[in-house]
Design a protein around this ligand. Structure first.
Ligand code: ZN
Ligand code: ZN
Length: 257
């Protein structure tokens, strides 16, 4: 009954065993639903292929800040058009990445704002990528009225004060592998303990960010179970309780039956 709200199963790292990884997630780890995230021309295309091939895989489509410099008007029009696709449930991932700075910051901001506008026009929730850019992300979300549609702060890396701001802006908090890391600063764990249970989502971001004990290896969508176990323990609730609450949250946000 687990829901992985952020996967990149179309990644070439799954080229040799994609179907096995997906099967294993369902049969061994109890993953029921997956949202695969496309973030540029190529990955949007392959995300849609996956969502069309598996009934329990849904698609999010958007433009990553890394690729903002390559985003054209045609691309934005295409993303808008794709909101009509029956398996598309969210827009993103979109946002700002000041760690890698692969695109100029003003271009990242512009592409981010344009996508929030599309989300508001079409009524879709948004998936936010925020790396070392909390202040500007929150400011843009406010300025663009993103609270009207809400969404998720994926792989949330902020502190409690930023979490509160995001909650006020109608966003949920997505947590993944870092809550399981043994030698990591306690911020993700602190968030896992304090985020209201009705605003928490689970994710893997696979093939990246594998949880302990697979840290540094290829992540799999099934490992969302390890994330769920770690958060349940941190909060002192049962795995079943945590799994059920996060699944209900995801279904509510992405409007799934
Ligand atoms: Zn991301
Ligand atoms: Zn991602």
């Amino acid at each position: 009954m687990l829901f992985d709200t952020h996967a990149h199963l179309n990644d070439p790292k799954f080229a040799d065993d994609r179907d096995q990884v997906i099967r294993r997630a369902r049969e061994e780890f109890g993953v029921q639903t997956i949202i695969n995230v496309g973030y540029n021309r190529e990955t949007i295309r392959t995300t849609l292929e996956l969502a069309e091939a598996y009934d329990f895989i849904y698609a999010a489509v958007g433009w990553h800040p890394h690729d903002a410099k390559d985003c054209t008007e045609e691309d934005l029009a295409w993303i808008r058009e794709l909101t009509e696709h029956p398996k598309v449930v969210a827009l993103g991932e979109m946002g700002l990445d000041y760690y890698w700075d692969n695109s100029p910051r003003d271009v990242q901001a512009e592409v981010f704002r344009r996508q929030i506008a599309i989300a508001r026009e079409t009524g879709y929730p948004i998936i936010i990528h925020d790396r070392d850019a909390h202040e500007d992300v929150v400011r843009i979300l406010k300025e663009e009225g993103a609270d009207e549609v809400g969404g998720v702060m994926h792989c949330f890396g902020g502190d409690l004060a930023i979490m509160e701001e995001c909650l006020r802006l109608n966003f949920m908090i997505g947590l993944g592998g870092p809550v399981t890391f043994k030698n990591r600063a306690t911020l993700p764990k602190e968030i896992a303990r304090n985020v209201p249970l009705d605003r928490l989502l689970l994710e893997t971001d696979c093939p990246y960010l594998a949880p302990h004990p697979y840290r540094g290896k290829r992540n799999e969508t099934g490992y969302v179970r390890l994330v769920a176990e770690a958060i349940a323990e941190l909060r002192g609730i049962t795995f079943e309780e945590l799994a059920q609450a996060t699944q209900e949250n995801a279904k509510r946000l992405f409007r799934l039956p």
